[in-house]
Design a protein around this ligand. Structure first.
Ligand SMILES: [Zn+2]
Length: 331
């Protein structure tokens, strides 16, 4: 039982595991439940095996929620991809499909399909009104929230749900970025990501937090992630968190995610600005050099752009991604 604090109803912590059929591992699941009825939320982490910050965030929540929860319940998934974690790899070992494009999954499909199916059923069985999926972009990044496109609903339901989604994400105190425009969103199958599938096919409000360095559970990134999650959980009344604004937050927008200019030539990537910088159209983002230092190419932003993250690779191949930007989300 959690420690009751001055009149607060006691909490219980339940643990179970998910065993996807035919897979030799189990996923731990922790549910912290108040004896007072209220909203249900779920926090998922480490879906991409090399993105580890969310594990630290979930572990901190396992410790703090029993004495902080006022009502309702929170289900915590520390790792949706423990084999990817062990291998230090984004995907499940031996799997060609990105687990974050496999939802809602298939009980008779590939390992990623079966894992996604098992997670989907555990999540929907819990019946959350809100799910947060914790990812990590780069050691050179600001933390930000990605909001999916809602391509399966029409107005006015669509507008009502998007307004609610934006209000929930704003409570994270992070910079908000809508995902790629609808056509690219469909082409990249982003409605089969966990948050995208929950929003589009599960009719559950869900969004993704990108929380900084991927492989290292860095204390400051964990702290920022915990603050962001508590702000969102507080906004639906699960606890008395007022929410804090992260110092990197850039207001305005609406912004949308953009992969920025890509190089035509290989070479050494030399970024000219740090994440969190706003660039005006025509401003130099980065340059590509030969090993002798000679300039090979200049990468300029065509529109007003906020630098969200930079590649951790110093040597860049032609066509490779060097950045994630936020650009104005003009209709
Ligand atoms: Zn990820």
């Amino acid at each position: 039982m959690g420690q009751p604090v001055s009149g607060r109803a006691p909490t219980r912590t339940h643990r179970h595991s998910i065993n996807p059929p035919g897979l030799p591992w189990a996923l731990p699941v922790i549910t912290v439940e108040s004896s007072t009825d209220g909203p249900r939320a779920a926090i998922c982490a480490n879906l991409h095996g090399d993105e580890c910050i969310g594990i630290g965030v979930v572990h901190a929540l396992v410790e703090s929620l029993p004495s902080a929860l006022l009502r309702g319940s929170v289900r915590l998934y520390p790792s949706l991809n423990p084999e990817g974690l062990r291998a230090g790899a984004r995907r499940m070992p031996g799997e060609s499909v990105d687990l974050n494009r496999a939802f809602p999954g298939d009980a008779r499909g590939s390992s990623a399909d079966r894992a996604a199916h098992a997670v989907w059923h555990d999540l929907l069985g819990f019946g959350p009104e809100l799910v947060l999926d914790l990812h990590a972009d780069s050691s050179a990044s600001i933390p930000y929230a990605i909001l999916d496109r809602l391509i399966t609903a029409r107005d006015p339901e669509r507008q009502r749900r998007l307004t609610r989604l934006e209000r929930l994400a704003r409570a994270s105190g992070l910079t908000l970025v809508w995902d790629y425009p609808d056509a690219l969103y469909r082409r990249f199958h982003l409605d089969r990501s966990l948050a995208g599938a929950l929003l589009n096919h599960g009719r559950i409000e869900a969004f993704t937090l990108e929380l900084g360095p991927r492989r290292l559970i860095a204390p400051d990134a964990v702290e920022a992630g915990v603050d962001a999650v508590l702000g969102v959980l507080g906004s639906i009344g699960l606890m008395a968190s007022a929410g804090t604004e992260h110092p990197s937050r850039v207001a305005g927008g609406p912004w949308r995610r953009d992969s920025g200019p890509t190089p035509r030539k290989a070479g050494v990537l030399r970024p000219h600005h740090s994440p969190g910088t706003l660039l005006e159209p025509g401003q130099l983002l980065a340059s590509i050099h030969g090993l002798d230092g000679g300039l090979r190419e200049r990468l300029v932003v065509p529109t007003r752009s906020l630098v969200l993250s930079l590649s951790e690779q110093a040597w860049i191949a032609p066509g490779a991604s060097v950045t994630t930007l936020a650009v104005p989300d003009s209709p």
